[in-house]
Ligand binder design. Structure first.
Ligand SMILES: NC(=O)c1ccc[n+]([C@@H]2O[C@H](COP(=O)([O-])OP(=O)(O)OC[C@H]3O[C@@H](n4cnc5c(N)ncnc54)[C@H](OP(=O)(O)O)[C@@H]3O)[C@@H](O)[C@H]2O)c1
Length: 336
């Protein structure tokens, strides 16, 4: 069954901030954020061992432990195994994003896309998440933004390792679906072209947002739709910049980005449209998109996200964005 058909709601919860992304989030605030998502009716939760070296999974596992397990869907990721041994966080080999989880746990993070590491990673996630199953597993950050030119060698490691392990786990019924969880389009395009791999889903972060969508629109989305593969849109606010936050893609937003945001916002203000509504509804308008998963570290964000999803946006707003060249002419737009 297609991912879109077994997710009960198109709004999910992105747990990266729960790993103390950018700031040291108090435990009660983190747990209250998941509780707010649950009370709102959100039933799809995305996580990863990488988010604070297990911290986001531990917090989510705690917050969801009393809920009926059959009522919600979890995705987590493989590619980094979290050890009990501690390490110097600042010395981690995580490329330009190394500082994002500086407030996370100090547990050693081992980069490994191999077969055995994939199985070990899932065992660790099951324990931290306090569950006996994980519905969706994404192979994490198998892309140039983390690995530079080595990403191709890493992809090959995953092709003969993680992909085969995940095929096996799906055949055995331990997981229901797998794919990639990445910030760039190319790895998903490459995965879809493989003859031997049979993914069901992929998480594409930051590449199908109001601020940046052309390549995914032309390449990933049609290929996903043709193959019946569900796309989960991560980072719909481009790390917050679209909706008034300071960061774009895990770094302070540049003047060029802030200028584009201001141009979109001027049109949104004129039509009485919130930037959150514009961002979420734009991402969801593409038929290949199964769900959108904004990240939140404060309980109040959940009601904002839900209201944004339900907001009525006039068609004239989208026409004006298109006329101003602020959305790709070929992008599907929500019905006004
Ligand atoms: N490679 C991958 O697989 C990958 C990569 C990226 C993301 N993802 C997934 O996608 C999820 C979402 O991505 P994301 O969390 O990076 O980014 P996002 O959803 O684009 O943006 C989340 C950020 O927006 C901020 N924000 C929300 N409402 C705001 C408001 N009204 N004013 C100011 N700031 C506001 C949040 O701040 P607060 O923290 O203050 O609430 C948070 O920092 C992740 O949690 C993760 O699950 C996966």
């Amino acid at each position: 069954m297609a991912l879109k058909d077994w997710l009960t709601d198109r709004l999910g919860f992105g747990a990266a901030p729960l790993g103390n992304m950018f700031r040291d989030i108090p435990e009660d605030e983190a747990l209250a954020t998941v509780e707010a998502a649950w009370n709102d009716g959100i039933r799809y939760y995305d996580n990863a061992p990488f988010y604070g070296a297990g911290l986001a999974e531990l917090r989510m596992g705690e917050a969801l432990s009393g809920k009926p397990r059959g009522d919600y869907v979890i995705s987590t990721k493989v590619g980094r195994v979290i050890l009990d041994e501690l390490e110097d966080i600042s010395a981690r080999d995580q490329g330009e994003k190394a500082g994002v989880f500086a407030h996370g746990r100090a547990n050693k993070v081992v980069n490994d896309y191999g077969y055995d590491a994939t199985l070990r990673s899932i065992e660790g996630s099951l324990q931290r998440l306090k569950t006996d199953r994980i519905e969706i597993v994404f192979v994490h950050d198998l892309a140039r933004d983390f690995w530079g030119d080595q990403w191709i060698a890493r992809f090959e490691e995953a092709r003969t390792g993680a992909f085969r392990a995940l095929d096996r786990l799906r055949d055995e019924g331990t997981i229901k679906a797998w794919g990639l969880g990445v910030n760039l389009c190319e790895p998903i395009e490459t995965l879809f072209d493989l003859k031997e791999a049979h993914p069901d889903a992929s998480l594409l972060a930051g590449r199908y947002t109001l601020l940046d969508h052309s390549r995914a629109l032309q390449r990933v989305m049609p290929a996903a739709a043709e193959r019946g593969i569900g796309i989960v849109v991560g980072g719909p606010y481009s790390s917050g910049a679209l909706v008034g936050g300071p960061n774009f893609e895990y770094a302070p937003a540049t003047p060029a980005i802030l200028d584009k945001v201001a141009r979109i916002k001027a049109i949104a203000d004129r039509h009485g449209v919130s930037m959150k509504a514009a961002g979420l509804q734009f991402s969801l308008a593409n038929p290949a998109v199964a769900a959108v998963i904004p990240g939140a570290s404060r309980p109040g964000r959940i009601a904002e996200d839900r209201a944004a999803l339900n907001e009525k946006i006039p068609g004239d707003f989208w026409s004006e964005l298109r006329a101003a060249g602020l959305v790709d002419p070929a992008a599907p737009l929500p019905a006004g």
